[in-house]
Ligand binder design. Sequence first.
Ligand code: ADP
Ligand code: ZN
Ligand code: ZN
Length: 803
Amino acid sequence: MTVAQVIIDIPAQQTNRPFDYEIPQELEDIAIPGVRVLVPFGCAGHLRQGFIWHTVDHSEFSGKLKPIAQILDLDPVLNSEMLSLADWLATDTFSFLISCLQTMLPSALRANYQRRFYLNTPLATDDPLNTLLDSDDSGLIPDKIEPSLLAEIKRLERAQQLRIEYQISQRTKIKQEKNYTGILKSAEYEQLRGHARANAVQQIQLLTFLSVSPSFSGNLHSWVTKLPELSTATLNNAVKKGWLKSESVEIYRQPESGSVIAPKQVLTDEQQAAYDAIIGAIQQKQNQTFLLEGVTGSGKTEVYLDAMAYALHLGKTALMLVPEISLTPQMVERVQSRFPGKVAVLHSGLSVGERYDEWRRIERGEATVVVGARSAAFAPLTNIGIMIMDEEHEGSYKQDDMPRYHARDVIQKRAETYHCPVVLGSATPSLESRARAQKGRYQLLRLTKRPNDIQMPTVNIVDMRQAKKVSGKTDLSLKLIEEVKQRLDKHEQSVLLLNRRGYANFVMCRDCGNVIKCPNCDISLTLHRDIHALKCHYCGHQEPIPNECPACHSHNIRDYGAGTQKVEQEIQEIFPEARILRMDVDTTSHKGGHQQIISKFGRHEADILLGTQMIAKGLDFPDVTLVGVINADTSLSLPDFRASERTFQLLTQVSGRAGRAEKLGEVYIQTFNPDNYAIQLAARQDYETFYQQEMRLRHQGGYPPYFYTILISVNHRQEDQAVKKVYQIQRWLQPQLSPEAIVLGPTPRMITRVNNQYYYQLIIKYKNEPRLLAALQTLIMKMQGKSSQGFQLRIDREPLQFM
Ligand code: ADP
Ligand code: ZN
Ligand code: ZN
């Protein structure tokens, strides 16, 4: 093959077209698909990074092609499965290939990089690489490198004399430790010491040490620090002189692993039935999707672990996706304790370097079990035996930026390649998945009770229209506060949910009714008392809390709508002795913040955990016997056809946090809509009835899962431009649709202006539109990049959010 078709990273003019480059002869066996290259692009010939997509014998431009300037990888970073996955992803999500390819890789392999070499054994004096590598044992490889030297590097790497690492900064440097081994006999070291010059203090120290322990092997650095004079240079010198052998060993930066022992449980009959079905599919190599619908605490995770163990037992690998927020140390330790040494963990809390190291462990086959959040769907596992997605209804599985993929679709696609089952698990499956199970496309497996006769919590609804409130605290019913008090007295724990962060929702003038809004967005500012500021939750704008109304200068301004900060303060006033932890975006934004709060609560160092929906998942604490929902109506009032589904899911999940062990759990839901079906059915933990009822409403309204949806959104700095463009798109698209397709809009988005950009949108509802997807592909290629003229276009297939 002499021509490489390269997908190039050219931000200004996106296209999915590969560009042809000549492969220099010396690079022929290295320049293969999936390898990253640098190629000259544009008239200036600046080097750009790209991926070899295909190699071919001939190009229509043959003879006029520029050669590849550099090869960045000695082995492909993406194998053929991943390359075809990228191809599918680009089409399926209306994305650029380059963004798909980059999404699949850890960021350390995406951005600007440096190549660093580490020599495991010194080079021979006549080695051609001596001219290139200017240091004894490690250093940067220059950007410009002759192909013959590259081939030499590759030879040495294969012989394990040298290793190459890519880094974007110091942080992604491979972590290495030098191992030194004595290779001479004690007497020989003695003799060398005798010959050493008297002023060679360091050498003498080293030789003294070696004569005492000639077969020393290990990390000399601890020893070096005890003898400060002994420098790395002395050691290197000793290696050169043949007194010592040195060898670099890679140390992986591993996320902390803990000590939770999670013994394998004897499965209940229901669990066993689910397990049998799943391992049957693993064994038969069936590409079957299972929907494991199991009430909270019914032991779904136990089924996943056993099924993964089975896949491993067959010599295969296993992938388990969980929502970011459930990736708690508790959860990770549970997996690690079942598969010691085999687990790689991928989540956004890792540093760039940690993430890269985990990726490498998977890629090299050293980790055969992967647990991770959304992007772990692209983990470079091969020979996959099972793929699991826990809490499959979670919105965080959908990526909000290009490529706008849903991890569920990605693992189902990969499962086709590996002929393996996919298990989607939830106590509250998404309507889409549950409907597919209804149709028989997924196989439904049910866990209806908790093991060991542990009871589901009892749920009570508190009607806030009538309930007595704590005086001066309109958000807290006496009933809920009494329950909290009982828990405090019994030394049990309470979890309180309030789905609104900050201190107050908005600030309003009582004289003129003016609400203080963000200058950049069409949204009111939220009061944050801790930082004495009003904050915009959309663009991050902050301003001081005013003491008079900006419109009428009245001093009669007040805050409305309690957020987590205010409720925390109120509960503290009621129970001055209670230890309260608050968990929301503001208290968890620093690295590890979320985990710290959970661990603290888990050690029972607090009595009350108050937080936004992030408390609803993954927590499993035996001392929690009360769950209170301060305001169940927040999520109900969203103008979104999924508002009821989200409310039902949230209430069911948060209720599931109560009474996970022997002690009975109780739940109190405060609401102004006590008769709403989503709240009623969540209180009864009755998913099936909710599903039936909600499906009827979706059918009447023509919503998913009865229709597919696509959201087309345009934004621009000038409102009239955005409006014009979206009408133009509509006029162009309409003739390509069948009469059955429903086009909603153009309409302004609910929050029309964010960060001074105006958003207008179209929603297409359809069942079968053979021409639609190709038309949208054309649209995105046309409107993105160079010719975009300040417009941004977003095409979101099966969007989870319409705002
Ligand atoms: P889920 O994933 O459905 O929320 P888990 O797998 O976390 O449920 O199980 C909830 C609790 O029940 C855990 O503490 C787990 O150890 C325990 N458990 C699960 N299966 C069994 C079983 N078969 N026998 C005893 N305890 C079990
Ligand atoms: Zn006013
Ligand atoms: Zn704003």
